[in-house]
Write a protein that binds this ligand. Structure first.
Ligand code: BEZ
Length: 254
């Protein structure tokens, strides 16, 4: 996962990403004083929420830009720059938590990431996470596919949105027992009159690398947005058709 984020805009206009993460954090069943790793902590907003619940939190993220914001806003929390599929901590933790991160990690890197998480957890430790599940943003990706085709390009969806069954199998192979798994729709309101356009600009970056001309990139985005006007624009507000996969799993006894 090697993305250069516009960290200020991400923090100001896409705060719903960490705000929705509170629901997943509620699934953690651990006492105050337990150690929690926030994997893919981004700007640290959820690491702070976890700390306020009484946990001893460490945050890991690959993005220098987002970690800069995290360290500035929450200097009392330890943040480490590392890749989610290639990290280790000096001491094992009680809980690994992650919100809205794993869909960014290439499918082929998930087994390595799950091994890192397994090694980082104490025996019977909990791994609680949420990310984009099967069918996530289907309408947006279909509209992008059509718009790219209209301009004679091929849209390659860069995300991994697995089913419960597919991800449970990976987790079991990596030494976890599944305790809870839910796949659900979450139609999500976007900020502002140009909410969908801004969302595409913030999150859909790599597919546009094949379109060298900036003006043409803009035209493809405008075409995509126009295609979605009837389905994702309601009462003056834009929405994104999110589908979330929430899971809670336990590290197996040896
Ligand atoms: C998500 O949180 O599901 C997501 C966000 C941006 C792009 C793709 C997925």
């Amino acid at each position: 996962m090697n993305i250069k984020w516009d960290a200020e805009k991400y923090t100001s206009d896409f705060a719903f990403v960490h705000q929705y993460g509170h629901h997943a954090a509620e699934l953690i069943d651990a006492r105050e004083g337990c150690t929690v790793l926030d994997l893919g902590c981004g700007n640290g907003a959820l690491s702070k929420t976890l700390q306020e619940k009484g946990f001893l939190v460490t945050g890991i993220d690959a993005s220098k830009e987002l970690l800069h914001i995290a360290k500035t806003n929450y200097p009392e929390i330890t943040f480490i720059q590392a890749d989610a599929a290639d990290f280790s901590l000096s001491h094992p933790v009680d809980v690994v938590f992650s919100n809205a991160v794993f869909h960014w990690i290439d499918k082929t890197h998930h087994p390595a990431m799950l091994q890192c998480v397994n090694r980082t957890l104490k025996e019977n430790g909990q791994f609680v996470f949420e990310f984009g599940g099967y069918g996530n943003n289907r309408m947006i990706h279909e509209a992008l596919t059509e718009a790219f085709q209209q301009f004679h390009y091929r849209y390659q969806n860069p995300f991994y949105f697995p089913t419960i069954g597919e991800y449970s199998a990976l987790l079991e192979q990596a030494g976890f027992q599944v305790r809870l798994a839910v796949l659900f729709d979450r139609m999500t309101e976007l900020k502002g009159e140009h909410g969908l356009k801004e969302w595409i600009k913030m999150f859909i970056k790599s597919p546009f690398s094949v379109v060298k001309n900036k003006a043409e990139q803009e035209e493809i985005i405008e075409t995509t947005v126009a295609k979605l006007q009837d389905s994702l624009y309601r009462d003056g507000k834009w929405y994104a058709d999110y589908v979330r996969l929430q899971m809670k799993v336990i590290k197996n006894d040896r």
